[in-house]
Design a protein around this ligand. Sequence first.
Ligand code: ADP
Length: 232
Amino acid sequence: MRLVMLGAPGSGKGTQAERLSKKYGIPQISTGELFRSLRKGEQLPGMSLPQEVIDEISSLINNGCFVSDDITIQVIENRIALPDCENGFILDGFPRNIPQGEALDALLKKHSIHLDAVLEIDVPDDAIVDRLSGRRYCPACGRTYHLDAKMPTEEERATCPEGCRNLIQRDDDKPEVVKKRLVTYHDVTEHLKPYYKEQGKLITVVGRKKLEKTIRDVDRALESIEKNRIEA
Ligand code: ADP
Protein backbone atom coordinates (compact mmCIF):
# COMPACT_ATOMS: atom_id res chain seq x y z
CA MET A 1 0.00 0.00 0.00
CA ARG A 2 1.37 3.42 -0.97
CA LEU A 3 -0.45 6.33 0.54
CA VAL A 4 -0.10 10.08 0.79
CA MET A 5 -1.73 11.77 3.78
CA LEU A 6 -3.05 15.24 3.13
CA GLY A 7 -4.46 17.63 5.71
CA ALA A 8 -3.81 20.86 7.56
CA PRO A 9 -1.31 20.92 10.44
CA GLY A 10 -3.20 19.47 13.40
CA SER A 11 -5.80 17.70 11.25
CA GLY A 12 -4.77 14.38 12.77
CA LYS A 13 -3.11 13.02 9.65
CA GLY A 14 0.03 12.09 11.60
CA THR A 15 -2.05 10.10 14.12
CA GLN A 16 -3.79 8.21 11.31
CA ALA A 17 -0.50 7.70 9.45
CA GLU A 18 1.08 6.15 12.57
CA ARG A 19 -1.89 3.83 13.06
CA LEU A 20 -2.06 2.79 9.38
CA SER A 21 1.68 2.18 9.36
CA LYS A 22 1.21 -0.46 12.09
CA LYS A 23 -1.94 -1.86 10.46
CA TYR A 24 -0.29 -2.42 7.07
CA GLY A 25 3.26 -3.05 8.32
CA ILE A 26 4.75 -0.28 6.19
CA PRO A 27 6.79 2.76 7.32
CA GLN A 28 5.29 6.16 8.07
CA ILE A 29 7.53 8.75 6.48
CA SER A 30 6.95 12.10 8.11
CA THR A 31 9.07 14.88 6.63
CA GLY A 32 8.40 17.04 9.72
CA GLU A 33 9.66 14.20 11.93
CA LEU A 34 12.74 13.65 9.75
CA PHE A 35 13.56 17.37 9.89
CA ARG A 36 13.07 17.47 13.66
CA SER A 37 15.43 14.50 14.10
CA LEU A 38 18.08 16.42 12.13
CA ARG A 39 17.58 19.34 14.49
CA LYS A 40 18.23 17.00 17.44
CA GLY A 41 21.63 16.14 15.93
CA GLU A 42 20.71 12.81 14.35
CA GLN A 43 21.57 12.10 10.71
CA LEU A 44 19.00 10.64 8.35
CA PRO A 45 19.24 6.99 7.33
CA GLY A 46 20.91 6.74 3.94
CA MET A 47 22.19 10.33 3.71
CA SER A 48 24.18 12.99 5.52
CA LEU A 49 23.66 16.74 5.32
CA PRO A 50 26.19 19.49 6.15
CA GLN A 51 25.69 21.36 9.45
CA GLU A 52 24.85 24.66 7.74
CA VAL A 53 21.96 23.00 5.89
CA ILE A 54 20.74 21.46 9.16
CA ASP A 55 20.90 24.89 10.88
CA GLU A 56 18.89 26.40 8.06
CA ILE A 57 16.26 23.65 8.28
CA SER A 58 15.94 24.18 12.08
CA SER A 59 15.39 27.88 11.70
CA LEU A 60 12.81 27.41 8.91
CA ILE A 61 10.72 24.88 10.84
CA ASN A 62 10.82 26.93 14.06
CA ASN A 63 9.27 29.78 12.10
CA GLY A 64 6.64 27.68 10.36
CA CYS A 65 8.27 28.15 6.94
CA PHE A 66 8.79 25.40 4.36
CA VAL A 67 12.14 23.74 3.93
CA SER A 68 13.31 24.14 0.31
CA ASP A 69 11.82 21.78 -2.26
CA ASP A 70 15.30 20.64 -3.34
CA ILE A 71 16.28 19.40 0.10
CA THR A 72 12.84 17.97 0.89
CA ILE A 73 12.67 16.01 -2.37
CA GLN A 74 16.22 14.72 -1.86
CA VAL A 75 15.30 13.54 1.65
CA ILE A 76 12.22 11.71 0.32
CA GLU A 77 14.06 10.17 -2.61
CA ASN A 78 16.68 8.71 -0.27
CA ARG A 79 14.11 7.55 2.25
CA ILE A 80 11.82 5.69 -0.14
CA ALA A 81 14.81 3.92 -1.69
CA LEU A 82 15.51 2.12 1.62
CA PRO A 83 14.56 -1.58 1.76
CA ASP A 84 11.76 -1.13 4.34
CA CYS A 85 9.75 0.76 1.69
CA GLU A 86 9.68 -2.18 -0.69
CA ASN A 87 6.11 -3.17 0.24
CA GLY A 88 4.83 0.36 0.54
CA PHE A 89 4.92 3.51 2.65
CA ILE A 90 2.76 6.28 4.03
CA LEU A 91 3.92 9.80 3.25
CA ASP A 92 2.93 12.22 5.98
CA GLY A 93 3.71 15.87 5.22
CA PHE A 94 4.95 15.32 1.68
CA PRO A 95 4.11 16.55 -0.92
CA ARG A 96 3.16 19.98 0.38
CA ASN A 97 2.99 21.92 -2.88
CA ILE A 98 2.51 21.22 -6.59
CA PRO A 99 6.26 21.09 -7.45
CA GLN A 100 6.74 18.47 -4.71
CA GLY A 101 3.70 16.57 -6.06
CA GLU A 102 5.19 16.57 -9.55
CA ALA A 103 8.58 15.53 -8.18
CA LEU A 104 6.92 12.63 -6.37
CA ASP A 105 5.14 11.53 -9.55
CA ALA A 106 8.47 11.58 -11.41
CA LEU A 107 10.13 9.59 -8.64
CA LEU A 108 7.39 6.95 -8.59
CA LYS A 109 7.55 6.66 -12.36
CA LYS A 110 11.33 6.22 -12.21
CA HIS A 111 10.87 3.30 -9.81
CA SER A 112 7.84 1.91 -11.75
CA ILE A 113 5.55 2.16 -8.74
CA HIS A 114 2.31 4.05 -8.19
CA LEU A 115 0.28 5.61 -5.38
CA ASP A 116 -2.82 3.71 -4.24
CA ALA A 117 -4.54 6.75 -2.74
CA VAL A 118 -4.22 10.23 -1.31
CA LEU A 119 -6.16 10.41 1.93
CA GLU A 120 -7.25 13.87 3.00
CA ILE A 121 -8.33 14.51 6.60
CA ASP A 122 -10.57 17.55 6.46
CA VAL A 123 -10.96 19.64 9.64
CA PRO A 124 -12.20 23.26 9.94
CA ASP A 125 -9.60 25.90 10.90
CA ASP A 126 -11.18 26.88 14.24
CA ALA A 127 -11.09 23.26 15.41
CA ILE A 128 -7.42 23.07 14.34
CA VAL A 129 -6.34 26.07 16.41
CA ASP A 130 -8.05 24.52 19.47
CA ARG A 131 -6.45 21.15 18.87
CA LEU A 132 -2.93 22.43 18.38
CA SER A 133 -2.96 24.35 21.63
CA GLY A 134 -3.16 20.97 23.40
CA ARG A 135 -0.70 19.09 21.20
CA ARG A 136 2.47 17.93 22.95
CA TYR A 137 5.62 16.26 21.73
CA CYS A 138 8.02 13.84 23.43
CA PRO A 139 11.57 14.91 22.48
CA ALA A 140 12.97 11.53 23.56
CA CYS A 141 10.92 9.24 21.28
CA GLY A 142 9.44 11.77 18.85
CA ARG A 143 5.82 10.74 19.40
CA THR A 144 3.04 13.29 19.33
CA TYR A 145 0.31 13.38 21.99
CA HIS A 146 -2.64 15.52 23.00
CA LEU A 147 -3.52 16.72 26.48
CA ASP A 148 -7.26 16.02 26.01
CA ALA A 149 -7.35 13.27 23.43
CA LYS A 150 -4.21 11.15 23.32
CA MET A 151 -1.87 10.79 26.28
CA PRO A 152 0.92 8.13 26.21
CA THR A 153 -0.20 4.53 26.73
CA GLU A 154 1.69 2.12 28.99
CA GLU A 155 3.21 0.50 25.89
CA GLU A 156 4.40 3.86 24.53
CA ARG A 157 5.92 4.81 27.88
CA ALA A 158 7.68 1.46 28.06
CA THR A 159 9.27 1.86 24.61
CA CYS A 160 10.41 5.49 25.10
CA PRO A 161 13.97 5.96 26.49
CA GLU A 162 12.57 8.53 28.93
CA GLY A 163 9.12 7.02 29.48
CA CYS A 164 7.44 10.02 27.76
CA ARG A 165 7.81 11.92 31.05
CA ASN A 166 8.65 15.32 29.65
CA LEU A 167 6.07 16.35 27.04
CA ILE A 168 6.68 19.76 25.47
CA GLN A 169 4.92 22.08 23.04
CA ARG A 170 6.62 22.42 19.66
CA ASP A 171 7.80 25.97 18.88
CA ASP A 172 5.75 25.85 15.70
CA ASP A 173 2.57 24.91 17.65
CA LYS A 174 2.49 28.34 19.31
CA PRO A 175 -0.70 30.19 18.17
CA GLU A 176 1.01 32.86 15.96
CA VAL A 177 2.98 30.21 14.09
CA VAL A 178 -0.07 27.91 13.78
CA LYS A 179 -2.06 30.69 12.08
CA LYS A 180 0.76 31.23 9.60
CA ARG A 181 0.96 27.48 8.85
CA LEU A 182 -2.80 27.35 8.25
CA VAL A 183 -2.64 30.24 5.78
CA THR A 184 0.17 28.42 3.96
CA TYR A 185 -1.87 25.22 3.94
CA HIS A 186 -4.82 26.93 2.24
CA ASP A 187 -2.69 29.02 -0.13
CA VAL A 188 -0.20 26.37 -1.17
CA THR A 189 -0.85 22.79 -0.06
CA GLU A 190 -4.56 22.66 -0.86
CA HIS A 191 -3.76 22.99 -4.57
CA LEU A 192 -2.80 19.35 -4.33
CA LYS A 193 -6.47 18.42 -3.84
CA PRO A 194 -7.57 19.18 -7.42
CA TYR A 195 -4.21 17.82 -8.61
CA TYR A 196 -4.89 14.38 -7.07
CA LYS A 197 -8.63 14.52 -7.75
CA GLU A 198 -7.82 14.71 -11.44
CA GLN A 199 -5.65 11.62 -11.06
CA GLY A 200 -8.65 9.87 -9.41
CA LYS A 201 -6.66 9.31 -6.21
CA LEU A 202 -8.19 11.73 -3.71
CA ILE A 203 -10.27 10.34 -0.83
CA THR A 204 -11.61 12.81 1.74
CA VAL A 205 -12.55 11.87 5.29
CA VAL A 206 -13.91 14.42 7.76
CA GLY A 207 -11.67 14.56 10.84
CA ARG A 208 -14.04 14.36 13.79
CA LYS A 209 -13.73 15.28 17.42
CA LYS A 210 -13.96 11.64 18.45
CA LEU A 211 -10.85 9.81 17.31
CA GLU A 212 -12.71 6.46 17.05
CA LYS A 213 -15.11 7.94 14.49
CA THR A 214 -12.27 9.22 12.33
CA ILE A 215 -10.56 5.82 12.58
CA ARG A 216 -13.75 4.06 11.46
CA ASP A 217 -14.22 6.42 8.49
CA VAL A 218 -10.56 6.14 7.43
CA ASP A 219 -10.65 2.33 7.60
CA ARG A 220 -13.89 2.21 5.60
CA ALA A 221 -12.47 4.56 2.98
CA LEU A 222 -9.36 2.43 2.58
CA GLU A 223 -11.19 -0.92 2.48
CA SER A 224 -12.12 -0.64 -1.19
CA ILE A 225 -8.64 0.61 -2.11
CA GLU A 226 -7.11 -2.39 -0.39
CA LYS A 227 -9.55 -4.76 -2.07
CA ASN A 228 -8.79 -3.34 -5.53
CA ARG A 229 -5.09 -3.58 -4.83
CA ILE A 230 -5.26 -7.22 -3.83
CA GLU A 231 -7.40 -8.08 -6.86
CA ALA A 232 -5.12 -6.22 -9.29
P1 ADP B 1 2.44 19.84 10.47
O1 ADP B 1 1.92 18.84 9.46
O2 ADP B 1 1.69 19.79 11.73
O3 ADP B 1 2.67 21.18 9.88
P2 ADP B 1 5.00 18.57 10.32
O4 ADP B 1 5.58 17.84 11.47
O5 ADP B 1 4.48 17.78 9.16
O6 ADP B 1 3.86 19.44 10.95
O7 ADP B 1 6.04 19.63 9.73
C1 ADP B 1 6.73 20.52 10.56
C2 ADP B 1 7.51 21.51 9.72
O8 ADP B 1 8.49 20.81 8.91
C3 ADP B 1 6.70 22.30 8.71
O9 ADP B 1 6.07 23.43 9.29
C4 ADP B 1 7.80 22.70 7.70
O10 ADP B 1 8.60 23.72 8.23
C5 ADP B 1 8.67 21.45 7.65
N1 ADP B 1 8.21 20.53 6.58
C6 ADP B 1 7.59 19.33 6.75
N2 ADP B 1 7.30 18.76 5.57
C7 ADP B 1 7.72 19.62 4.61
C8 ADP B 1 7.69 19.60 3.18
N3 ADP B 1 7.13 18.59 2.49
N4 ADP B 1 8.22 20.66 2.52
C9 ADP B 1 8.77 21.69 3.17
N5 ADP B 1 8.83 21.78 4.52
C10 ADP B 1 8.31 20.76 5.24
